[in-house]
Design a protein around this ligand. Structure first.
Ligand SMILES: Nc1ncnc2c1ncn2[C@@H]1O[C@H](COP(=O)(O)OP(=O)(O)O)[C@@H](O)[C@H]1O
Ligand SMILES: [Mg+2]
Length: 390
């Protein structure tokens, strides 16, 4: 039986996929499959001893059957290997899929001549570069060389007709603004940053994440397909095992990432890897020439000077206090809090720890104020609470 099911395939983030759907009444593949299984069980039950071979036909024929990116993980492997058979059975008028695995994609291309659309990811333009140049020091203290190097490194992405990504390696000590810089550039481009921390994955779990496992397992390829961001951040690249390095050759070179189940074309995107390497020589030695040479630029982040650390602290205090309620803000003396850290600026190399300390110090002030109020009764927070209780 020839199928007249019309097929549309969308590669891109979920939010965009949702917007592509028309006004047709929607059915979802997983619901439909569940209904089928349920109905089959009922038939077997009623016709005792007789195995029903009857093919279930839903009534009425579904106008629009939707398959979401996360659905493939819930399908049985045989439903994926014979996806066409499943669709013939359901026989919808219109089948719409988001980010299908390559096995399903190939079947659909062979049998249904699908319309395929790709999401257009935010691109680096001249305007992005201007905003990066002018906004850098509002987001980052120091690291002026990073700013200049980044502008030069991003430039090729502004050229039309570029198809491959730009791959950068940020290196330097912890807590000096590497991740912050990646967030800043992604913020200029838009979309939720795809950030993968490679230290979080170990051994066999990581193998299936990178090379692909069963359809139900999470994978880097699917995360790439589902992403909405213009930047792909691979944090702690130095913590990934050597055996995974070859998985990155093709994506760095051609912008194509392929694992067992998925094939993703990422195009002229910005890939940022971060690491704690101390020098270019160290990177070359640790990663080997093959991978080392695939980075378009290696960008060194310097340790922060005591004065720069002070500026970072001041910003942290201001940010933190700005997010408190007006009553809490009234209790706090910003300058006094900031001065508490004067003695620390020389000693603290790691700003990340300072961030926690800032929070702690502010909490100590707030709680102290609250508790002394119990006896002296002039804490504005408490007074207000008492008033409203009356
Ligand atoms: N140069 C900097 N300018 C402003 N804030 C910074 C700087 N370096 C670190 N920070 C602050 O410290 C925290 C940790 O910085 P992060 O960028 O994550 O460090 P890393 O270099 O380890 O990636 C961030 O929340 C950020 O606000
Ligand atoms: Mg970081």
């Amino acid at each position: 039986m020839e199928s007249d099911t019309k097929v549309s395939i969308y590669f891109g983030p979920h939010s965009w996929f949702e917007k592509q759907l028309g006004k047709e009444k929607r059915h979802y593949l997983l619901d439909t499959v569940n209904d089928y299984d349920e109905a089959k069980r009922r038939i077997r039950h009623t016709i005792e001893g007789q195995e029903s071979t009857e093919i279930m036909t839903p009534t009425p024929r579904s106008d629009c059957l939707i398959v979401m990116s996360s659905d493939y993980a819930s399908l049985q492997e045989h439903a994926i290997t014979n996806f066409i058979g499943l669709i013939r059975q359901i026989n919808p008028k219109h089948l719409i899929l988001n980010n299908p695995p390559k096995m399903i994609y190939a079947q659909l291309v062979r049998a249904h001549n699908p319309a395929v659309e790709f999401y257009t990811y935010p691109a680096v333009t001249r305007d992005t570069l201007i905003k990066f140049r002018d906004g850098f020091s509002q987001h980052l203290v120091g690291q002026q060389k990073v700013r200049e190097q980044m502008l030069a490194a991003l430039y090729p992405l502004t050229k039309e007709g570029r198809t491959r990504p730009i791959v950068l390696m940020f290196y330097g000590p912890s807590g000096v603004g590497k991740t912050e810089t990646a967030k800043f550039i992604n913020g200029l481009l838009g979309g939720e940053l795809l950030r993968k921390q490679f230290s979080m994955f170990h051994s066999d779990k990581f193998a299936s994440y990178v090379f692909g496992g069963t359809h139900s397992e999470s994978s880097f390829a699917r995360d790439l397909l589902d992403r909405s961001s213009g930047v792909i951040l691979i944090d702690e690249f130095d913590k990934a095992n050597l055996v995974f390095h070859r998985a990155f050759y093709e994506i760095f070179d051609q912008g194509i990432f392929e694992d067992k189940n998925y094939r993703v074309k990422i195009g002229p995107t910005l890939i940022i890897c971060t690491s704690n390497y101390g020098s270019e020589d160290e990177i070359r030695l640790a990663l080997g020439d093959a991978l080392y040479s695939r980075f378009d630029a290696l960008i060194r982040f310097e340790p922060l000077s005591p004065d720069e650390i002070r500026q970072v602290i001041n910003r942290m205090v201001d940010n933190h206090v700005d997010n408190l309620s007006a009553d809490e803000q009234a209790i706090l003396e910003r300058d006094e809090i900031k001065s508490k850290f004067d003695a620390h600026t020389g000693r603290y190399g790691n700003v990340r720890e300072l961030g926690k300390l800032v929070e702690e110090v502010i909490s100590v002030y707030l709680v102290r104020a609250m508790l002394t109020e119990v006896t002296t009764c002039n804490n504005p927070v408490l007074l207000k609470n008492e008033e409203s209780a009356k």
